[in-house]
Design a protein around this ligand. Sequence first.
Ligand SMILES: [Zn+2]
Length: 353
Amino acid sequence: MVARGATRTGSGQRLVLRPGYLSGRCLSWGIGDAPSTPGFLRSWRWSPSEGARAVEGRSSRVFLMAMGSGLAQLDGYPFEVRYSDGSLMRARAAADVAADAYFYLGRLFSGVELDIALIVVDQAGWESRQPFGLPFFNDDDGQIRPGILVMPDGSGDFWIAIGQDIHEASPRGYARLRATYPDGAGGLNLQPFFDLITVHELGHAFEMLGDLRLPTFWLGEIFANLALHAFVATRQPESLSTLEVLSTVGTQSRRLGARMRAEGYSTLEELEAHYTGGHQPMSPLNYVWYQYRWQRLAAKVFETDGENGLVRFWDCFRGTDRLNSGKITAAALARLLGTEVSETLGRAVRNWR
Ligand SMILES: [Zn+2]
């Protein structure tokens, strides 16, 4: 296993593994990718040895080849697109939706232009400590572009676990999922939903590269979900049920909610404390449950405030630290959000439990 310290490339050039690389921030729809993430994954199906291998693979490769650099390139988009062998169709689907959203969100966010790459990889090419199937955005140094959006080609165990979690909690809810995301063989195919999640990751790209200074992780997730919801509702309304049914079913199940509250975490403070692992890390499925709730909240905010709510969100935090770090509490944020972004959002944050 490669640890922090000096390493050597094939050409004999000596490079130092920057601590910053391993502690870099990586945002995803599902879970955070932080230094303590292997602990975070302990409750997941990854064995500690697999986690270690993933860390090793990524740490050594960053010097020899940044993720996506060896892959085929797809031209014709306002950002770089790379894809694994056999993933052309998936890459095109993700790039099409991302390109639409790129222009849509760029217009709302004062014409910000992003320097990003969209990388669509199969399971063999997946380089993350997160389970395969979970899209993510990463803005660590040393990537092929300042920001990369990594999307999976193929589902993997994680999507299956999402379906099983709901199946156990709510057979009726699961039936609704099957009707919305049919795989043609009586099962579930969440691909169309995750295609839309490309826009959530693009929201993180605007957040991170556009200098949006959000004081908490969870606020970044709400922002990305609001960007996604606004895009789908405005530009692709025929996909609203694809976007909304999973989170609707996921939040409607009382049994799922009760189990999460009993076995995991539910408050925003707990999320902030356990999101990146450390002591008693959150399980990825617990985190997905938060995502369901944030997605429903984003829909409600859009319903009351429309695009203006998203623009006010952007303007409120762009290039400025609105709360000093000693005073970041959900209550303080709720006040700020309620007065400057959206009353609906402020109220939801204040009443969140
Ligand atoms: Zn996210």
